[in-house]
Design a protein around this ligand. Sequence first.
Ligand code: PYC
Length: 333
Amino acid sequence: MRSNTIISAIDTHTEGMPTRVITGGVGTIPGDTMAARRVYFAEHLDGLRKLLVNEPRGHASMSGAILQPATTEDGHYGVLFIEVSGLLPMCGHGTIGVATALVEAGMVPVTEPVTEIRLDTPAGRVVASVAVSGGHADSVTLRNVPAYCDSLDNEVEVPGLGRVRYDMAYGGNFYAITDLGKLGLPFDRAHKDRILDAGLRIMTAINEFQRPVHLTDERIADCKHVLFLDPASEPAHTRHAMAIHPGWFDRSPCGTGTSALLARQHARGFLTDDQVLQNDSFISTTFYARAVETTTVGDRPAIVPAITGRAWLTGTANYLLDPTDPFPEGFVF
Ligand code: PYC
């Protein structure tokens, strides 16, 4: 066996969506905060992300999380979220996968019935409360970074689709929220190629004409996610298809997307106080969300979302790179 790299991982899935949790082999990335480490990683180490998420070690919808030493005094770990589109400021399904792996591998002090894990992410502090019984992580409730509604009733001209109306909200990433029915597309995976194509066109048009930028951190910008609501959705029970750059769907109900949607439901007056939102994914898995606090981001009203979901371990692995491998950064097919 020849390798100039050995990266150890615990593979998980959160309500259907993979998170490759990288537990060793990367070293400490320079930077005093996870936001600074995200910038450094993107500039100097992005080949490592590609190696881990692209084919043949990953696939076109792959995502992962790289564990790092915490950057705060009371943090357990820092986390960088990697996926095929790059490095996310925050990822909800990824955090649920990380928390589940940390408990089941005994990488944090485990207490029952609840183990609290404090994580530093590029978007800020998040806290995972893991429900544990008999050493098993049964579910995770993630206290996310503050989520806010950026704007309601925007319109953008999209080639091939005409004028598209959408709301823009932030929940750790920016989400354009739009009604699938208004595009004349059925909420049905048989039509996934057309839905994905519409999503990619919409995000391109938004980034050209109405690019979102976070109110207090301009390193967080761009719309790479379009949340297509099933028109049969109700205020407290939504179903959606989440189209993501450069061309895939979230299999999970998307933790940061659910947070953004929760902020939008509050901004529209569809939900109040700590009313629970049930949000179903394109493969019919579910996250539950509620606002546990109100706050502000810049001058905007915001909520602190708590998102509950489940993850499972699917494997452990050591990923190698043979020096003669012709694809040191994998490839995109
Ligand atoms: O769960 O936040 C999430 C997420 C972002 C992209 C894919 N999943």
